[in-house]
Write a protein that binds this ligand. Sequence first.
Ligand code: MN
Length: 492
Amino acid sequence: MKTMKDYEFWFVVGSQFLYGPEVLETVATRAAEMAAQLNASGRLPCKIVYKTTVKTPEEATETIKAANYDDACAGVITWCHTFSPSKMWLNGLKILQKPYCHLATQYNRSIPDTEIDMDFMNLNQAAHGDREHGFIAARLRTPRKVIAGYWQDADVQKRLGDWMRVAVGVAFSKSLKVMRFGDNMRNVAVTEGDKVGVQEVLGWQVNTWPVGRLVEHINAVTDAEVDALMAEYREKYDIATDNLASVRYQAKEEIAMKKMLDAEGCRAFTNTFEDLYGMEQLPGLASQRLMAAGYGYGGEGDWKVSAMTAVMKAMSEGQTGGTAFMEDYTYELAEGKEYSLGAHMLEVCPSVAAAKPRIEVHPLGIGGKADPARLVFEGRAGAAIVVSLVDMGGRLRLIVQDIECVKPIYAMPNLPVARVMWRAMPDLKTGVECWITAGGAHHTTLSYDVTAEQMRDFARILGIEFVHITKETTVEKLEQELFLNDLAWKLR
Ligand code: MN
């Protein structure tokens, strides 16, 4: 399994032979210098490699063919220091299979007032060259990210770094395998979907393994393995229960599920309380621990939210880690303090915890199994997003809502699960109306790290519908957008 640092991005600069060898040498030297300085900035999650200056159609095509087949290359970043006629790029861009960013920048920040002459203009004409380059991608409808601004500026580097994270998420998505223990919860609609269609578009390989096989693995876990994991639990969490047998059983489940996931190269999994045949407890602590380690999880067989959580965790590798499977549970509707309370039956990822989680054991009203151990905590305050991928029949819709998480306004001492409280944008009532109008699920991925802009980039690269509910959104505008989206997707 590759990590962020295993990927690189190719910096490909456009030019042509018109300007003579001296200009081309300067362009190449500067492009290498820019790549080196961008790498030294500390704002890019992956290395950027200056690859070549494209001067002919053959060079453009050969460079893109090589990028397509290089597994370490997660994306291509282009820029035109000089003018680069774009019919030269057409054949190459037609076959581009990697995420594509057009960095519309220039080598110099300022116009050198007294020194500027036509030689300077011919060497430094990105404003001119980048327009020609941008046209051909627009004409070809090639999905791409355009980032404009001075390449040494922190905000430009940050946006480039954020896009690189998305591109790595796309590479992760295309090789993601999801392990399902049991099917979806009976009769539930929104957790269903076309697995073949999703694999075609997003790359996810979603398959099932028998719960009985998992039970065999659970029963084969040794006391020594459990002892070692219990030591880690004691270090990381407050153990607020005397029922250590329950905690030890969760340790067995964690070890067994991890073994099966790793043996199959799966980075996400699902289970359902309706199919725990032969298991003593619904995995709670066990699923929470695996999520904290970067595995995606979805309850009630929800493989879409599981996979999306895994993708977003991969995108945000090395950041705060605050990305979790979440479920909208209940509302506070008192005027002036309208909030959503999110939680799950057990399985909220401790990566969003505001303080050290407690291990507690409580009965579970659903599922008819022994009392499961789980981590209980409050989510932290801060700006975040919730994300839902729904199957609209023939296409996927990615819905993102901006939210502001707060410290829960009640202590809720009898609530035996982890909880996060937030204010949805633009306000609770409009936000809920928009979310329901768009068909967003009750399950989401909540992230403090991944931004809505990144999810928009993800949707653009993979060619799925994107809906963003922001502080500006109204139900009327959203309905119109969804209506037009329906028409647009019928034409595709
Ligand atoms: Mn659920």
